[in-house]
Design a protein around this ligand. Structure first.
Ligand code: ADP
Length: 395
């Protein structure tokens, strides 16, 4: 038998999972997979540690087409238990988007914690309810299993009050309308990994750009979050695949008052129809836009890069300058064009890319004499969750 930890990242339409050995922190995943199309037509896929595709699960074949996570998670547990590796599941670690102000690190799940986290649902309506539903389904299937919640907000709890405040009346800040920040598990991973790449400079003034479908940047000093671009919700900050990011709030008032836009329509506009999709009119997917000859696609990419660079420059204020930039997540790890364009805007800050290294996707892509080191580091949120789950399971 192999004692293992299961890591779950439950979204509205997909469930990502990874299996780690439960013995030592820092091990790599034994297998990783995903169930896409939850609620419509679930599709199961999994790969072993060498990247080899595993045969589709029997249990997944017999699922009704509209199966939700209440049926799919027990099926996944069943599939794992039947694997030839003879896994003995010891604990489940969950990605939970919002931990509010109280959760400054991973926490073992209890009824009280679940109630506290459910009260945060309105702050992250697209993610939090699904994250919590996964915890409840696992608890129902295997009530004795240790479960650990790891929060995207926790990494930012080190921020000073100024970085968290909106310029709103005090009563609203006191009521929790603050900048919480997200993508913290990814930033935590980069902060842990950086000393191996940068030595002492890793503890200096570093800005990490997590550029995926959702995108944000985080300014760190001493490996801790000092400021970040996402705020009260994951709508703020950078332009994203489908989200507009930072916007003049007067536009929202205008749409509501003058254009009589309904709240659901406004919600949809901001979360789904804006960003790369809205500006290009074509797609939220950066790789597709890069391949498109349409001028609207190029304009969307240009705006994405201009705004990302502007936000990096803005956040440099919080850490008093810049020693290193790290690019991570789908776009940050794979798009030489986006990295190149963002860095071109930042030349005046001492950012200078080695075009060859950037094109090859090397880890260090700054020119040898450049004042600011620029790196590409693949993120691994699951490994952060696995390590935290192991620590709390033992502790
Ligand atoms: P999520 O936020 O959903 O985890 P990812 O981190 O997987 O997103 O990032 C998805 C984004 O990365 C998409 O816009 C995708 O087009 C982009 N991407 C992935 N590979 C490439 C590539 N080779 N070139 C440009 N963009 C890429």
């Amino acid at each position: 038998m192999t004692d293992v930890i299961l890591v779950l990242n439950a979204g509205s339409s997909s469930l990502k999972f990874a299996v780690y050995p439960a013995q030592a922190p820092g091990c790599s995943a034994i297998l990783r997979g995903k169930i896409a199309g939850i609620g419509t037509a679930p599709v199961f896929s999994a790969r072993d540690a060498s990247g080899e595709q595993l045969p589709p699960a029997e249990a997944m074949h017999v699922l009704p087409p509209k199966a939700g996570s209440d049926a799919l998670i027990p099926a996944l547990l069943h599939w794992l238990a039947a694997r030839p590796e003879r896994f003995a599941l010891k604990a489940v670690g969950h990605r939970v988007v919002h931990g509010g102000l109280r959760q400054s690190g991973p926490a073992r799940v209890s009824d009280a914690l679940l109630a506290e986290l459910a009260a945060l649902n309105p702050l992250a309506p697209l993610h939090q309810p699904h994250n919590l539903a996964a915890i409840r389904v696992v608890a129902q299937a295997q009530p004795d299993l240790v479960q650990v919640a790891c929060f995207d907000t926790s990494f930012h709890r080190s921020q000073a009050r100024l970085a968290q405040l909106f310029a709103l009346p005090r009563a609203l800040s006191d009521a929790g309308i603050l900048r919480y920040g997200f993508h913290g598990l990814s930033y935590d991973y980069i902060a842990q990994t950086l000393p191996a790449h940068l030595g002492a400079k890793a503890k200096g003034r570093v800005i990490v750009a997590h550029l995926g479908n959702g995108a944000s940047v985080c300014a760190m000093r001493g490996g801790k979050s000092v400021a970040t671009s996402m705020g009260f919700t994951a709508l703020d900050g950078l332009m994203m695949g489908n989200r507009c990011g930072n916007i003049d709030p007067g536009v929202l008032l205008y749409l509501l008052e003058e254009k009589a836009m309904s709240l659901p329509d406004l919600n949809h506009l901001l979360y789904h129809d804006s960003g790369l999709l809205g500006v290009s009119g074509l797609s939220p997917d950066m790789a597709l836009l890069e391949a498109s000859p349409a001028p609207e696609a190029a304009e969307a990419i240009d705006l994405f890069c201009y705004r990302a660079a502007s936000t990096i420059a803005e956040l440099a204020v919080s850490i008093g300058g810049l020693d290193a930039i790290v690019f991570t997540a789908g776009i940050g790890e794979n798009s030489a064009r986006v990295r190149g364009q963002i860095c071109a805007h930042l030349g005046w800050m001492g950012v200078d890319l080695d075009a060859n290294a950037n094109a090859k996707g090397a880890t260090l892509i700054s020119a040898p004499e450049a004042k600011v080191s620029v790196l590409v580091i693949p993120t691994d949120e699951e490994s952060v969750i696995a390590a935290a789950t192991l620590a709390l399971m033992i502790g």
